[in-house]
Design a protein around this ligand. Structure first.
Ligand code: IPE
Ligand code: IPE
Ligand code: MG
Length: 246
């Protein structure tokens, strides 16, 4: 069982794990009279910039929400364009990520992707698995409720097979059954584009995350915006249910 030390302190330490709901690609494109795809393309550039920024700002874990379980309901053309961009990203970026010491993980229901994409994901994860400078996780075809259901199902199956007793299911074991097994919980959750909701992202893991909402649209996000969110985080007082100053 993998146990990751979590930072339980109310000191405004730098976040170990930053998670981002990358929202606003469509509105960015619309404001320029461009098709939504242009927004998604610009969004992919913002991913590139933000990964570099996280590495240079010393953030060890970065998790990006790229495509939700619910996003499959979007028009076929948009989903197709997003899959095309994903293919391109996996083909073209992995070499750079590897050179920069980035370990890439993909979380979500990958069985819904075309087989060639599933292979690209496996290759990218395998190729970067030894890297330690930045742990980059991209949530694709991901839903927090689906993740929790999967975990419950797999634990129930282990009970049925007699491997474990229901009383053995504690927080640590549950956490190890999630897609994010081995990753610390996010300390900071950023959402761009002015929306202030969690949209089925990391429901279990954000229990004590600090939230930062910014009006910046995702394609305009980069080093400066990440640095500002980190500053905001440093000014927060974290309590984890304890009392102030305790
Ligand atoms: C975020 O941008 C990217 C995905 C969810 C795939 P949106 O496509 O949601 O952009 P808006 O919210 O319509 O502006
Ligand atoms: C959340 O954005 C999913 C991602 C950023 C990948 P959405 O644009 O899909 O969320 P809603 O529909 O505004 O809640
Ligand atoms: Mg959106």
């Amino acid at each position: 069982m993998t146990t990751v030390p979590l930072q339980y302190s109310d000191a405004p330490a730098d976040p170990l794990h930053v998670a981002v709901i990358m929202d606003g690609n469509g509105r960015w494109a619309q404001a320029r009279g461009l098709p939504r795809t242009a927004g998604h393309k610009a969004g992919a550039e913002a991913v590139r910039r933000t990964v570099k920024a996280a590495a240079s700002l010393g953030v060890p874990y970065l998790t990006l929400f790229g495509f939700s379980s619910e996003n499959w309901k979007r028009p076929q053309g948009e989903v197709g364009d997003l899959m095309g961009l994903l293919r391109l990203y996996l083909r073209k970026e992995v070499g750079d990520l590897d050179r920069e010491g980035v370990r890439l993980r993909i979380i979500g229901d990958r069985t819904r992707f075309d087989e060639d994409i599933q292979r690209l994901i496996d290759d990218a994860e395998g190729r970067t698995s030894g890297n330690t400078r930045l742990n980059l996780t991209i949530a694709l075809s991901y839903g927090g409720r689906q993740e929790i259901l999967n975990a419950a199902r797999s634990l129930a199956e282990q009970v049925r097979l007699g491997g474990i007793d229901p009383d053995d299911i504690d927080e640590a074991r549950f956490q190890d059954s999630l897609y994010t097994a081995g990753l610390p919980d996010p300390d900071l959750l950023i959402r761009t584009s002015g929306e202030q909701r969690v949209s089925n992202f990391l429901l279990w893991q954000v229990a004590y995350a600090e939230f930062v909402f910014t009006d910046v649209l995702w394609p305009d996000f980069g080093h400066q915006q990440l640095a500002e969110a980190l500053d905001d985080f440093r000014g927060r007082e974290r309590r984890f249910g304890g009392s102030a100053g305790a």
